[in-house]
Ligand binder design. Structure first.
Ligand code: F6R
Length: 357
């Protein structure tokens, strides 16, 4: 069942080139995005968009919300389902509400979906499990094609959610007659090959993991889209390796968290977005000045002096870096857990689908 891999998590990490290609298949035709499932929606009726999800699916939503807002110029709010359902959200007939769930059975997400429908929103589910409750309850459904995800920690569901949410953002922009980033659409089809190449660098990430094995805490920093990526990187690390990990918007460091940085602290920084990379890099230098050891995941052209470890991601448009950078972050978490002897597929206290509140 594990196809020769030691664990389901590793197998699922390595399935990503294939399942990303599957998720893209048939959805880009002659430079146009085709989502036939949504054919009868008139997107002009909406004046706001909500993304609602939990955990990893929420991190994918945070990324999706930024991409959608930029592409469509509609105001977009991403929120976790357990907050949405109890905070009297401003949802009405002019709201598009997008619910993201791998299992399609998460109790809070399902309850949030019911609430949004009651308030008159048009609802789209992004689900992985065919025929799941969410896919039946939402007005519309788009499937990620990740295949069964067995490991408790989500990996391939996350990257396929990112792919589908980026497609959805540009599909809505296209339907609204907005300008489309054709370079991005073109590059989407190259992502599986780039992911494959990053996976070949696995021993680099295994070495980074050795920096984390004896630590109690790790700090992840990033800005903009990179913030969604570091939230997910920190979640992955804490759930499989039990290293306490927190993610911060890099600009917030000096508003508190930098007090935690001392000699030997490990900071994992993601700086893939050119418009703010220099800002993140200056935050990295501030942590190094206080003794932090840094792992930097960035793109060529963002060289930083004296950083202990820098990994350069392939050269694709900035939005697509969110997909690529997920791979090193998953592998760092995975190898840290392995080195520590953790049960990576079944971390303590966690269940694959959270069907109670
Ligand atoms: C983390 C993880 C969880 C799920 C969350 C939502 O690796 O798997 O955070 O993402 O419980 O689950 P779904 O997507 O099934 O609604």
């Amino acid at each position: 069942k594990k196809d020769g891999y030691d664990t389901f998590m590793l197998k699922e990490i390595y399935e990503q080139p294939h399942v990303i290609a599957e998720t893209l298949r048939g959805r880009i035709v002659n430079q146009k995005i085709v989502l036939d499932e949504l054919n009868d929606i008139d997107f002009h009726q909406f004046n706001k968009v909500y993304f609602v999800a939990c955990g990893t699916a929420y991190h994918a939503s945070l990324c999706g919300s930024q991409v959608l807002e930029r592409a469509t110029k509609l105001p977009v709010i991403a929120t976790v389902a357990s907050e949405f359902r109890y905070n009297d959200p401003l949802v009405d007939e002019q709201t598009l509400a997008i619910f993201v769930s791998q299992s399609g059975e998460t109790a809070d997400t399902l309850a949030a979906l019911r609430l949004a429908k009651e308030k008159g929103a048009t609802t789209i589910a992004i689900a992985n499990v065919l025929g799941s409750t969410i896919s039946r309850d939402a007005n519309y459904v788009l499937y990620t094609c990740a295949g069964p995800e067995i490991a408790v920690a989500s990996t391939k569901a996350y990257t396929t959610q990112l792919v589908l949410l980026i497609l959805l953002a540009y599909y809505i922009a296209q339907e609204l007659g907005k300008e489309i980033d054709h370079e991005l659409i073109q590059q989407l089809n190259t992502i599986p090959q780039y992911v494959e190449n990053i996976l070949k660098d696995h021993s680099i990430f295994e070495n980074y993991a050795k920096m984390l094995e004896n630590l109690h805490d790790a700090y992840f920093i990033g800005r903009s889209l990179d913030y969604a990526s570091v939230l997910e990187g920190a979640l992955k690390l804490k759930e499989v390796s039990y290293v306490h990990a927190d993610a911060y918007v890099a600009g917030e460091l000096k508003h508190g968290p930098i007090a935690l940085i001392e000699d030997g602290s490990v900071v994992i920084a993601v700086a893939t977005q050119p418009h703010i990379a220099a800002k993140t890099i200056s935050n990295i230098q501030e942590t190094m000045a206080r003794g932090a050891r840094v792992i930097l995941l960035t793109t060529h052209g963002e060289e930083v002096k004296n950083v202990e470890n820098t990994y350069y991601l392939p050269d694709v448009v900035p939005t697509l870096q969110a997909i690529l950078v997920a791979i090193p972050l998953q592998l760092i978490a995975y190898y840290t857990a392995c080195i520590k002897g953790c049960d990576v597929d079944k971390p303590r206290n966690l269940a694959k689908s959270v069907t109670v509140e």
